[in-house]
Structures are given as C-alpha cells and as structure tokens.
Design a protein around this ligand. Sequence first.
Ligand code: SF4
Length: 714
Amino acid sequence: MVSLSKTLCPYCGVGCGLEVLPPAQPGKPVARDSEGNPVWQARGDRDHPSSKGMVCVKGATIGESLSKSRLKHPMLRDSLDEPFRRVSWDEALDRVAERIQAAHSTFGPDAICMYGSGQLQTEDYYIAQKLLKGCLGTNNFDANSRLCMSSAVAGYIQSFGSDGPPCCYDDLERTDCAFLIGTNTAECHPIVFNRLRKHHKRTRKVKLIVVDPRRTPTAEAADLHLAIEPGTDIDLLNGIAHLLLRWGFIDPVFVDECTRGFEKFAEVISHYPPERVARTCGLRIDDVVQAARYWARAERVLSLWSMGMNQSSEGTAKVRTLINLHLMTGDIGKPGAGPFSLTGQPNAMGGREAGGLAHILPGYRLVKNPQHRAEVERGWGLPPGSISPIPGRPAWDMITGLETGEVQVFWVAATNPAVSMPDIERTKSALRRSPFTVYQDAYYPTETADYAHVLLPAAQWSEKTGAMTNSERVVTLCPTFRQPPGEARPDWEIMVEVGRRLGFTEQFDLANSAAVYAEFVALTRDRLCDCTGLSHARLAAEGPIQWPCPKGMTAAENQQSKRLYEDLRFKTGDGRAQFAAFHSRGLAEPTDSGYPLVLTTGRLYGHWHTQTRTGRIDKILKLHPEPELEIHPRDAADWGIEDKTWVEAQSRRGAARFRAKVTRAIAPGTVFVPMHWGALWAEQSEANALTHPESCPASLQPELKACAVCVVPA
Ligand code: SF4
C-alpha cells in the first residue's frame, strides 16, 4: 500500500496543501467513483504554510475526479468530419512534428501557436517556452491566464517595474483594513477568505470593505459593501484618493522618496469629489466617504482583487489606480499592507515565472527587451537572434488568426477554449476552420476535443512530478503518487518528444522533470523571482518554500523575507514606483434601449472553470445542479420574469438560457450568470455565447465581466 503523499490542491491559486491517501486503507471499505474506479482520499495538510490544514469542497473531493472520463491513448483524424482512430505515440508525434515543420517552412514560425493553462506545472510551461520561443522562433505561446490575471501582471510591471505580488497570506492576519474589489473571495478563493474572516471576527477594529455589484457571500461579511455600477471602479478609487489627499492622509516622505508621477495623479483626482463619484458609481455619498475614512484610519491597508478588476477593457488602468492608493499612503512593503492580486489557477504564478505569456520570457523577462532575449538565448544554447523581438499572439488573437488563416497549427494544452473564450460561437467557428489542431489534455470528452485533429493523452497532477507556485509565491512540489491511465504522458515530456523530432536534440536532452526544473531555476538568477535556491530535492526534503529564494538562502532566512519591496526600492530604472493618472473610459459595450442590462459573469463555490473535473463529482453537482441567472426584482418585474422560470439572455452575439433567480443580491440594472456550463453540460447555457472580446490595450485581457444584454422569458 502506498503511503500518504503531501502535495498541492490543483484547482485555484490559493494553493492549499493537501495530504492524499490511497484508496485502500486498513479497516475501511474502498470508496469508488460512479465508474467503479477506486477513489483517493484528500484532506488539508496542516504543515502547509499557506493553508494550515484548511481545504474547501473542491480540494476535499479532488480524488473523485482523477479517473473518470480520461483520455488514455493518442488519437488522430484527417478532418473534423471523420471519427478519431487510435494510433501509436510515434504516429501521433510524427504527425504533429510534420505539420509544424510544414507550417514553419511555408508560412513562417508565427503560423504556429500553443495555448496553455495555469493547470500546467512549471516544468511543462518552461519546456513550452523553450520549444516555441527558442527553437521555433515564435512567441506565440499564451495561456488562459490571459483571460484571468494579465491585467494584474501589466499593472505590477507598469507601477513597480516588475511582475510579482508584493504581499503574503500572513498579511491577511496583520491588516487593519481589507479592501476587496472585484473579487468574490468567499466563493472563489475560500481559504484566503477563511483566514481573513477569522481575523476580522477576532479583531473588532479591523474593517472589511467589499466593492462588487453583487451582494455575494464575501459582501455579506463586510462592514461596508459598495455595490457599484459595473465599470465605475476607477471613479471610486479616484474618489477615495481624492478624499485621502483632501484630508492629508498621505505619506509625504514615501511619495517624495519612493515614487514619481504624483503631481499628475493629484491633478486627475482633484476631479473626483464624493458627490460626483457617488453619482457615477450609483452609491450614497456617505458610503464613499466611509470607505475613504476606513482607509484613512487604518495603519495598514491590504487590497485584494481578482477577475472583477482584471477582466476589463481597462483592466490595467484599474489595477494601477488601485496601486495608486497604496503609493500615496505608503501601504506597501510592510506587514498587513499592499496590493495583492489573487490568481485564479493553481500555477498561473509558476507560468508567469517560466515566461508563459506571449510577451514575456522566463525569469520575469520581457520579449521586447534585447538584453533579456540574449540572456535566455544563452541559457538555451541557441544562437543570438533566435528569439523574436515581437510579442506573440495573445489568446484572442489566436482565434482571429484561425479566422484569417494566419494560424496554421493550433496546439491546445490543459484548457478548454471552446467554453472559456469570449464570443463562443465565433470562437467555435474559428476552431472549425483550423487547418490542424492538437489537443493535449487529461480528459475526454471535452468541448474542445470536438475541434481537434490529434488528441494527445496527458498525465495530470498526481501522475507526474512538478512544481506549482501559489498566489503568495510559495512553491510546492507535487509528486507522482498514481500511475497515469493508459498511455498518458506528462505534458513536458510530450513537448520534448516533438522538439527532438524537429531536430532540437541538444535542447531537449533532459532526463526527468527535476532536470527541467534545474534548468528553469538557473534562468531566474538575480531576477526578482530568483528561485536558484530551489530544486525538486530541496522542495521534497523541506516542503513548500516562498520565492525569492536565491542559491544559498537558508530556510530561516527565507522566512524573514516574506514580502517584496520591504526596502522600498522598486524594479524601475530609478527604483521609484510610478503613479498612474487615469480617467475611466467606462464599459466597452454600454447598455442601450435594445440591450438595457449589464451582464456580469463569474464562478460558483463548488465548480471549477469549465467543469472538466468538477462536472464529474456528485457532491458538487448537487451543490450547483443548473446555471441560474440572478436578476433584481425590479428588473424581473419590468421584463415579466418570475423566479425559477427559464429565461433567455440575448446579446449582440448570441443567446443563452438560464433558470431565473430573482434576488436583491444583485444590483438593479445588472444580471449575473456563472461561466461553468459548456455545451457538454447544458444545452444552450453558455455564458460566453453572450460576452465580447474587447480587450484592455495594455494587458490584452478581454472584458469577460461585462456586456450588454436583454433578458426575456424563454
Ligand atoms: Fe483548492 Fe483553492 Fe479550495 Fe484551497 S481554496 S482547497 S486551493 S480550490
């Protein structure tokens, strides 16, 4: 019998430690899933520094999802009209390599794209960058993180000179005031919220402000809930800044010595008196003033945000405007304070470290920076000029590249774009036109598999060994403790096999994932995310470790440097953080008489993304049996909608059906639907049938959080 394994929950970016036990335990019957597979048992790991033994329903039930509906063998077909046929790994990999070679010769390297995921481990991400950006000479690797937190990345880079969340989870218990904006933390990052909620309950003077058009479980716990009109975040943030400046609650020494751009910022916020802000945001003046008062009275303010800020056509501007508040008050680089982006996926952070977006390179380097390219080329043993200076296609541009024929090979790994992309009918139409789509995943069927020419079975978490980094920069080694089903192989190994077939034998002479990780950490030397002190062996021996962890750093030293920027020196040229000065442009698609409601989308407590795992877990299906559309009673009355009846939401792009939930938890003028249901799970209930792809010009993240709709009885 295999003994207990310590690992990391593979769902969200909170990154809780798990202990996993094999199905057969002395004196206990073996639990089985609905297909009869034995089920591994998971529970919280009390030794994990980020979660201290806590775990939510997703982590607790992960064992049920591991064996059902798995893709076990490589499959191939020449056209989407044909059925798949089972083939050998050699035949599948040869076909992939041939099609890449042909597209490269005929159309150039930029005709090849890979679309990955924050579910990949750091080793998978790293090998993908080396293959695409180094060997093939295209920066066309992007991940579903583009849909999730690329505005946070752009905001950090523009304000601080580097990506990287400055805070740590201990700050949840050290803050005087938590400012949560655009995040339903209680449902989407439950263990972060548990820690914050306990602190809030225990310490009366601690204030909790939640900004969200919905009265979510997060908002229920707040001292002050600001149900703003969607798209007015910048107005509210500028309004709080206006009052702090008017009252003199700024840190003049910090502003003077550690920042630049304050004067222009001060001029912009002078236009945001509370009367104007309250009118624009749909709030009471007293509530705007109270929010500013909480900021002013707190010694340490911690702000938390996620998709509600990031998934916006002005997402980067929102993030930077929030960071402004920390810069003017000096609330950064100290316990309990700072702007803290909560990442969606378990290893979106590791992906950023490994260069897993179309504009970045390993070690928080930038594609556009010639010195950064040269450093990576040297690390990869490639001639100068191998890496293109042009950023690759972001996620949505891969879809439009399929429409125009500029993308000839589309390789998708560990994600399900046929559900998660905006404007889903347009996305599906583009996928149907793809000359050659490779779909590398652990599960079958999925919605995206319908559009593939080749299916490559991937080993998933638990069946391969690799590192993952959570939102507070803690790296955990996730060991192999089960055998992959059938012929499934680790993602990095599949990419290495293709790289070798393309002639890059020296670059891909890597024996195992520990060797891949060692090569990756060497490229982080002297970078903000320095991981040169980490290795699989050390992580296995010592457990999770936070970066930065340069070579030679002891565990005790590592514990003493939990926050970035404690020295108040930033990664900009002159070491100063940069204020931003933005007025809001509002929503990309405002409401009008034909589409009078703002639709916002989001996640539910139990489900994960497109349900590839959670849709197969009975307990979670009982929690969330069907997709519901939340609508305010006033809007429901206007549109003749009754509670629990079926309604159709319509936008300029399409329509979707949901069960109506008439509730005062949603602000009038706004409706909410969950994003989890794809065509496989519910006919015509796809939230992204409604959404649009208009994106933030800086982060290129689509505005999945808001579009104009009308709602009618179905
Ligand atoms: Fe997993 Fe996130 Fe739940 Fe923690 S909070 S158990 S990481 S899904």
